[in-house]
Design a protein around this ligand. Structure first.
Ligand code: FES
Ligand SMILES: [Fe+2]
Length: 444
């Protein structure tokens, strides 16, 4: 059972909070590269409860600064992005991507030396996989970039998807590890008799109460949900949690799925959810015998969901049309008669909706958890352990921080293995074969 204090610890991420301190030890993606053009409009960015402004200078470099000008606090969002710097519209001070002050035009020449004494708060930035990543911690040297398996892929082999969730970061992350909802929220209306035997979702529809195994990993843990397959095999459905806010959901087949999905807190009640994946692998084979798609699953592709038009507000990007205000456009007739269990269309929309139903910050003290929630309990324990580690040694031994290679050997997805083969052994075999590496395991 989660206490009120634990819930506070787990969910609050602003400056000076325990979980916020953990997050600040890691590289986190906060926007897509395509959102920011050289010499284009500055972008309001909210990350870990901090209001920031991002711009791309004339040379193509990204700057991410505290949005308040260090002079008298005007917002640099209104700044002029010109000639390799962002110029505040109030008194004309100009800052480069590192926060250095280049010009104080309201001071006479004799006083220009003052500008060397001032730095705007700027965060370290890297661009990888089409995303803009920040290091928001205090270290002089940021940690090395994680050695994700994705790093091996060519840029054009990567697909990106972003959704903003209008609730706390942990709700979406927990949902991705809460595999037992799949047979209901997403697949509850599917009749296995109508499905094609051998398709992946056929097994999920046939057995909606799988068993689970959980294994520790260097970065967190992974679970396997298993159910009987064919010819004495088991169908495994495996997902990973990796510190601090990554999940690899079983969106496709483990043999070819390379993916990370980050739940990056914007503030306590908004989350930037980014999926970075090998293009074309987020597919779950499934169809009805009639050839029609499974109702409500949006052509069986992970994704789905239209976006509202962007605004320049702190939370004006990547918002789905289906929202709490319109009850996620629930279709009661489809819920009653149309074979769509939830009445909500599209897998990603269904997931976003249940996160929102829990409220802005879920009250975890009122839950009734059962063995099917073992992953949720493990996740909270892991996150509390990260907080503990950060508090005891300042973060030096947080998993993955000083050890980018810890991110290797982590995959998720669906696979088949002979019944009787232990979970970890079956996983290791798959990783050796398909990820061409040897998984490293924490000593137990
Ligand atoms: S407040 Fe920005 S230059 Fe004065
Ligand atoms: Fe889901």
């Amino acid at each position: 059972m989660t206490t009120a204090r634990e819930n506070e610890l787990l969910t609050r991420i602003g400056p000076g909070t325990a979980m916020g301190d953990v997050m600040r030890e890691y590289w986190l993606p906060v926007a897509l590269s395509s959102e920011i053009e050289a010499d284009g409009d500055p972008l309001r960015l909210m990350a870990l409860g901090e209001k920031l402004v991002a711009f791309r200078d004339s040379s193509g470099r990204i700057g991410v600064l505290e949005h308040r000008c260090p002079h008298r606090g005007a917002s640099l969002f209104f700044g002029r992005n010109e000639a390799n710097g962002l110029r505040c519209v109030y008194h004309g001070w100009k800052f480069n991507v590192e926060g250095r002050c280049l010009d104080m035009p309201n001071l006479p020449l004799s006083q220009q030396g003052i500008k060397d004494k001032l730095r705007a708060r700027a965060y370290r930035v890297v661009e990888r996989h089409g995303a803009i990543w920040l290091y928001m911690g205090d270290r002089v040297e940021p940690p090395p970039f994680p050695d994700f398996e994705l790093n091996d892929l060519a840029p054009d082999a990567i697909s990106l998807r972003v959704i903003q969730q209008e609730y706390n970061w942990l709700q979406g992350l927990e949902n991705d590890l809460d595999t037992s909802h799949f047979g209901f929220l997403h697949l509850g209306g599917a009749d296995p008799e109508q499905m094609v035997p051998g398709d992946l979702l056929y097994y999920l529809a046939r057995d909606r109460a799988p068993q689970y195994q959980i294994e520790e990993t260097p970065l967190g843990f992974m679970y396997g949900a298993y159910r009987p397959g064919d010819s004495g095999n088991l169908q495994w459905r495996l997902a990973q949690f990796m510190a601090p806010c990554w999940v690899i959901p079983p969106a496709g087949m483990l043999a070819d799925q390379i993916m990370i999905k980050g739940y990056v807190p914007m503030d306590d009640t908004h989350t930037f959810v980014i999926t970075i994946a090998r293009a074309g692998t987020m597919q779950m084979p499934a169809r009805l015998r009639s050839g029609a798609p499974i109702p409500g699953l949006a052509s069986n592709t992970i994704g789905g969901g239209e976006y509202r038009a962007n605004t320049t507000d702190w939370f004006g990007r990547w918002r789905l049309v289906n929202s709490a205000e319109n009850d996620y456009l629930i279709d009661r007739a489809a819920q009653r008669h149309g074979g769509v269990f939830s009445g909500i269309a599209g897998l990603a929309v269904q997931d976003a909706a249940v996160g929102g139903m829990l409220g802005e910050i879920a009250d975890r003290t009122r839950e009734f958890l059962t063995p099917s929630d073992a992953m949720i309990m493990r996740l909270r324990r892991k996150l509390l352990a990260l907080i503990e580690t950060r508090m005891s040694d300042g973060g030096a031994s947080l998993p993955g921080v000083g050890e980018p290679s810890a991110y290797r050997g982590h995959r998720a997805g669906n696979f088949v293995a002979p019944a009787g083969k232990p979970f970890r052994e079956a996983y290791e075999e798959m990783i050796r074969r398909y990820a061409n590496t040897v998984p490293r395991w924490a000593a137990e």
